[in-house]
Design a protein around this ligand. Structure first.
Ligand code: LLP
Length: 420
């Protein structure tokens, strides 16, 4: 289920027809390499699993917001889930024709962001508080544009994942208590600038089981029925994102079965309801399609430990440092010999700057290339310039073509906005 492999025994790791050795030579390191083919294949899995119901897959832009990736998805009919004016601008730049397929989530939308989204005539706002709904009504009236909205309800279901990325409990900052929703929809009914359009929910990220998605959707379905009794016809139900991947045993991971199981859980809850189903997957579409390719600068020993120092660092991929996330690391051109136990680290001046700790990997020497796998989601999107490090370049492989979709940053890019 990964698009990276060794085409022959002594061939280097490749993405489609492209060896990572050659791509690294051509574009330098650290380098993000993505398989656009796999991204589209994953999108297709969701679209096929929902074929019997009216649906729209709104790719969660935050997972990887590089323009060429947005364009790739837009061309296959995807919509987008955005959480800022910046992400809206990205969608409009990459695929202006997709503006009507955008949903706008997030707890802190500003008046300016709302205005821009109203003018772009996005599909719907996923509203996260009563105060936000009041602001939306006010901006819509001012601009004389009707705002379609969904309340993002908090279903109070527990989803087993990392505490930083679990969102569906009452104690989290997200959404509106589902017990309050009926009253708020009723209040909005009379406002000529607000159109109650949907109900949305998002319970967290990297959730491996379909069960909590089904449980949340049951509560949403119940609300949709109550609203219909109140004379409010809900057109869309947005199940959010969050379907997890397998960062460990990826070869045994069956994405098609996962998506089918997920779709069945949602469908089970929505049975008999005539609504369009929106999804907001991010990670599942792009994580496994991407690798961060880096060069080994040094191999050093401190006491009992061996450190492999890469030219990539936590500023390029922060997931291990931030969530203790596991990412598999493989040599691009494997050497013969016994596996060694090492820490794989970057050059940033923090102990937390690591990609792996006490990891058994194939023998490795300075100058070798390694690939940090499953880095397509929340990798480049969460990168920074910490330690004044320019961000990596990105390459997208589609069919036989490998295209540079973002050039490496230069030091001039970094210093540009500043004045002495
Ligand atoms: N919709 C909403 C409203 C969200 O907040 C998120 C993610 C998604 C959709 C997409 O979720 P996904 O399908 O990618 O799980 N940086 C963390 C993940 C943060 C997720 C935040 N919200 C990580 O690297 O694991």
């Amino acid at each position: 289920s990964r698009p990276f492999g060794y085409p022959a025994d002594d061939a280097p790791l490749s993405c489609g027809a492209h060896s990572l050795t050659k791509l690294a030579k051509r574009f330098g390191t650290p380098l993000y390499v993505y398989s656009g083919d796999q991204m589209l294949e994953r999108l297709g899995l969701f679209q096929a699993a929902l074929a019997h119901r009216e649906h729209l897959v709104c790719y969660a832009v935050k997972a990887n917001s590089t323009l060429a990736i947005l364009k790739l998805f837009a061309e296959r009919g995807a919509g987008f889930d955005i959480v800022s004016g910046g992400e809206l601008e990205r969608v409009l730049a990459a695929a202006p024709e997709a503006a009507g397929r955008v949903v706008f989530s997030g707890v802190g939308k500003t008046a300016e962001e709302i205005d821009r989204a109203l003018d772009a005539e996005i599909l719907a706002f996923n509203v996260e508080s009563e105060a936000e709904l009041a602001l939306l009504a006010q901006r819509a009236a001012k601009r004389k544009r009707k705002a379609r909205f969904a309340l993002r309800v908090n279903p109070d279901v527990f989803a087993e994942t990392h505490p930083y990325i679990s969102t569906g409990l009452r104690e989290h900052k997200f959404g509106i208590d589902i017990r309050e929703a009926r009253r708020i929809y009723a209040g909005a009914k009379g406002n000529r600038w607000l159109t109650p359009h949907g109900v949305s929910v998002h319970i967290g990220s990297q959730i491996r089981s379909a069960e909590p998605f089904g449980a949340a959707m049951m509560r949403v379905a119940k609300l949709v029925k109550q609203l219909s009794q109140d004379g409010i016809a809900i057109k869309t139900v947005d199940a959010g994102g969050g379907l997890g991947i397998d960062y460990h045993a990826a070869p045994g991971f069956d994405p098609k079965a996962k998506v089918a199981e997920y779709a069945a859980a949602l469908e089970g809850a929505l049975k008999g309801l005539d609504v369009q189903l929106l999804l907001e997957p991010g990670r599942f579409l792009v994580a496994q399609a991407g690798a961060l390719v880096a060069r080994v600068l040094y191999v050093k020993r401190n006491g009992k430990k061996t450190f492999v120092v890469l030219d990539a660092a936590m500023n390029d991929l922060i997931r291990p440092a931030l969530y203790q996330a596991y990412h598999e690391i493989v040599p691009v051109a494997p050497r013969a010999g016994r596996a060694v136990t090492v820490d794989v680290v970057g050059p940033v001046c923090e102990t937390g700057d690591f990609f792996a700790r006490d990891r058994k990997i194939k023998p490795i020497e300075p100058g070798d290339l390694v690939a940090v796998l499953d880095a397509g989601a929340y990798g480049m999107a969460q990168s920074s310039n910490y330690n004044s490090r320019p961000r990596p370049a990105e390459v997208l492989v589609v069919g036989r073509e490998a295209k540079l979709i973002r050039r490496r940053e230069t030091l001039a890019d970094l210093l540009g906005p500043e004045m002495v």
